[in-house]
Design a protein around this ligand. Structure first.
Ligand SMILES: [Zn+2]
Length: 386
């Protein structure tokens, strides 16, 4: 069957698995594993600690180092509260577009890779070609984190990774990181007339937030030396604060949701280090002087590494060669690319569809974008068979 027709068929099947990040992706994994192993790939399927989600890492061609990774995530964002004109988990075609949850972010790319697997297998590859399909990207790249760790443990060292997030098939070489946290403050309730007898969690949360905002000003001086990010500096913001009961009760609890988007990993480290110091040396001692059980606990919602722009990048050169582009851009969203990069694997983002449609109701992918992606993969096949 023609590659595009096969890709559409597979994409329809993939959309039919409702792999929202909160739910299992095992049915999709079994489906993809079946296609990959029929193409002759060697598979490694690794479950998460709940046993309800899994990564697939598959290899065609020779074993060993120096391979190329085609990477995509299998999970999708929820559809609750979104106004869809059709069933989001049943793909339909309208005006040259395929509609359904995940069509552009990013089952379209995964479908194209799966459709091409038999063709890759046929040519006698000169280097390993890996397929890395992960879970839980949308909630913090947990699957990719586990996959990169597993690669390090097994000693497989691919040299380049193409992450097929929707970029309209443009080559993307960088993005900021995205680090998200919830910090919980536990104080001691009491009557508002005697504030010194309690520990006011809201007030400590406000002091914590104020320190974050000071650090935000520090981050503004860490300007992007290449002048390409927008804005040019690492950002930080507090998005939500919730706590307390009423104006005359000392607040017993408070939570603060905040995020930062560093350009370099060191900036995130700086903020974490400074906040830990502030908590240990100032806030906690003051809280515990009144109430020994007072606490400040920070939960990591997600820590997505940035993708740093590299002078020399094998992945970028490969995709330039495959697509005929000679300029790479940046995107304002996080991807799994930075995790591969931090494991010493050169990484670039290039995939079908537009981020404009990602996460929205009536998500779609242009069929032309799938064709362009298949074109890139076919050139890769030719390149690897020489
Ligand atoms: Zn995505």
């Amino acid at each position: 069957m023609e590659a595009l027709a096969r890709t559409r068929e597979i994409l329809g099947d993939l959309v039919g698995f409702p792999t929202v990040s909160s739910d299992s992706n095992l049915e999709l994994v079994a489906y993809a594993a079946d296609l990959l192993s029929s193409a002759g790939a060697r598979l490694s399927i690794t479950r998460d600690e709940t046993g309800t989600k899994a990564n697939i890492f598959a290899t065609l061609g020779p074993d060993g180092d120096g391979g190329i990774v085609l990477s995509g995530h299998t999970d999708v964002v929820p559809v609750e509260g979104q106004d869809w004109s059709s069933d989001p988990f049943r793909m339909i075609e309208r005006d040259g577009r395929l509609y359904g949850r995940g069509t552009c972010d990013m089952k379209g790319f995964v479908a194209a890779c799966l459709a091409m697997a038999p063709a890759f297998a046929e040519v006698g590859l000169t280097r390993p070609l890996h397929f890395a399909f992960t879970y839980d990207e949308e909630v913090g790249c947990f699957g990719a984190r586990a996959l990169v760790r597993e690669l390090a443990e097994t000693g497989i060292r691919p040299s380049a990774a193409i992450i097929g997030e929707p970029t309209g098939m443009r080559v993307v070489e960088g993005h900021k990181g995205c680090y998200e946290y919830t910090t919980e403050f536990t104080g001691l309730e009491g009557h508002g007339s005697k504030p010194d007898r309690g520990v006011n969690a809201v007030e400590y949360a406000v002091r914590y937030a104020a320190r974050l905002l000071e650090l935000r000003e520090t981050l503004k001086r860490h300007v992007d030396p290449l002048g390409r990010h927008d804005p040019l500096w690492p950002t930080l913001q507090v998005g939500r604060i919730a706590g307390g009961t009423a104006r005359n009760i000392i607040a017993g609890g408070c939570s603060l949701e905040w995020e930062m988007r560093p350009i370099r990993h060191a900036e995130a480290e700086l903020v974490k280090r400074e906040m830990a110091k502030f908590v240990d040396e100032e806030l906690l001692p003051a809280m515990r002087a009144v109430h020994p059980d007072a606490a400040i606990v920070t939960h990591v919602v997600g820590e997505v590494e940035g993708l740093a722009i590299e002078k020399e990048s094998e992945a970028r050169d490969i995709v330039f060669g495959l697509t005929g582009q000679n300029e790479a851009s940046l995107v304002p969203f996080g991807t799994e690319a930075g995790l591969f990069q931090s494991a010493g694997i050169s990484a670039v983002i290039c995939g079908p569809g537009s981020i404009e449609q990602a996460h929205k109701p009536d998500e779609f992918i242009e069929i032309g974008q799938l064709a362009a992606c298949l074109d890139m993969l076919d050139r890769l096949r030719q390149k690897l068979s020489r």
